[in-house]
Design a protein around this ligand. Sequence first.
Ligand SMILES: NC(=O)c1ccc[n+]([C@@H]2O[C@H](COP(=O)([O-])OP(=O)(O)OC[C@H]3O[C@@H](n4cnc5c(N)ncnc54)[C@H](OP(=O)(O)O)[C@@H]3O)[C@@H](O)[C@H]2O)c1
Length: 477
Amino acid sequence: MKVLLTGANGYIGRRLKQKLLGEDITLRMLVRNPKSVDATLDIEVVEGNSFDKASLRVALEGIDTAYYLIHSLQEHNYKELDKQSAKNFLDIAIEQGVKRIIYLGGLGIKEEASEHLLSRIETGEILSSQPQEIETLWIRAGVIIGSGSASFEIIRHLTEKLPLMVTPKWVTTLAQPIGVDDVISYLNASKDIKISGNLVVDIGSEIMTYKEMMLGCAKALGLRRWIIPLPILTIKLSSYWLNLFTPVPYSVAQSLIEGLSSEVILQNNHAKEYFPQIEPLPFEEAVKQSIKEMEENQVFSRWSDAGGREDIWQEKYSDDASSAILLDRQSLPLNGLSKEKLYDTFCSIGGKEGWFGYDWLWEIRGWLDKMIGGAGLNRGRRDSYKLRVGESVDFWRVEDLIPNERLLLRAQMKVPGKAWLEFKIAGDNLIQTAYFYPRGLWGRLYWYLLTPLHYLVFRNMIRAIIQKTKAYQQREK
Ligand SMILES: NC(=O)c1ccc[n+]([C@@H]2O[C@H](COP(=O)([O-])OP(=O)(O)OC[C@H]3O[C@@H](n4cnc5c(N)ncnc54)[C@H](OP(=O)(O)O)[C@@H]3O)[C@@H](O)[C@H]2O)c1
């Protein structure tokens, strides 16, 4: 089967691409910027866009199934653009003998739809308008739960940052959210199922209000939240509010907020009928999954990455959720220092050797930790120089080690969130990063209150590591 993926750099497209790469198909992508694609991947790449019919012809030539994941929500005239784009795509797909178009749109009823949703419905109608020539499988999803999904980021950021929320009436609207992995499973399976003619498939997990979603999200995050709906708050005001507290741009927030007043629940039972093997994750599980993924992407994966083009691209584009992780990053050049010696130096951190300066501050922190029931600094370390993954270093644990390259420590002390400390030799630099994923408002306050101390301690720490390594080397000469 020869498959074309469009919107491959988008939120859904990027994940679908990973899934399709593991399938027994020939994959081609239509992208506006070919530099965004890792050249080492086994994918044919066509540069173009849906307003350039010549590029569509090249992209759709010889294709059996085409995924249509294009939309222009960020443009002010997105309604006209999206109509034209869908029309061009349908015409050329028919001309090139494509058998199936798979489109992902939004859940909802046309009569009650917001402008944004209406535009998504119109796109689906255009793509399905020639059933005698080409079959269209139209999947419809509501709020997608996943790290980086605009609607989920709104819910997560509001829940994390605001213990008490006075919200507009839309929090009582019913919706049927779904985890992003389930969406990808439906899209992937859509290329293989047998249908005759067009098919619309509504997908979602349990029915719940936005208020229940925020409270469920709080529960998954281990937070307690209070929500008071107030009917007088307007859409405009809500959009400014979202802009202030979430990483979503104003124009996107406004389009999404408009949609929040109409119900988005399944209108057919086709998901169960045609995809009985897919059982969507319950809401809270999907939230936990997305938080785990965010941590892994932003903290753990950097430890195993090879620094290829894909990674650079990921760093640049995948950071919608990045504002959730707070950082203190310091970097110094090696100036000819041996990487082996440098690695040995930062791996000697903690225990009797201390924390490369300001040890009295670490002592106070350890003492405070004990006062609130933590382990404090007492655990020390097994060996003054050697480390193993999983063992303790005072109130840290070794999470990852790559010889002569990286050390990752995860904080075990009592903190309102999750914290890591990384030392990494990258090229001719030593990079030291403290990561903090704050829990709720108190987590953020904690981080910002400690900023002056972090500035002193971390700036001094990296310098001391370099100095100590220099001294070792000189002594050896
Ligand atoms: N995300 C959600 O929460 C959600 C929920 C329900 C339904 N959906 C539906 O899922 C679909 C995909 O959404 P998404 O969130 O993945 O979108 P997205 O992240 O905004 O990505 C849109 C993609 O469209 C591409 N694109 C825009 N204009 C184009 C053009 N003229 N020609 C070729 N490509 C063009 C962009 O390419 P570049 O990379 O070159 O910019 C980008 O890859 C949409 O139909 C949306 O309604 C999404």
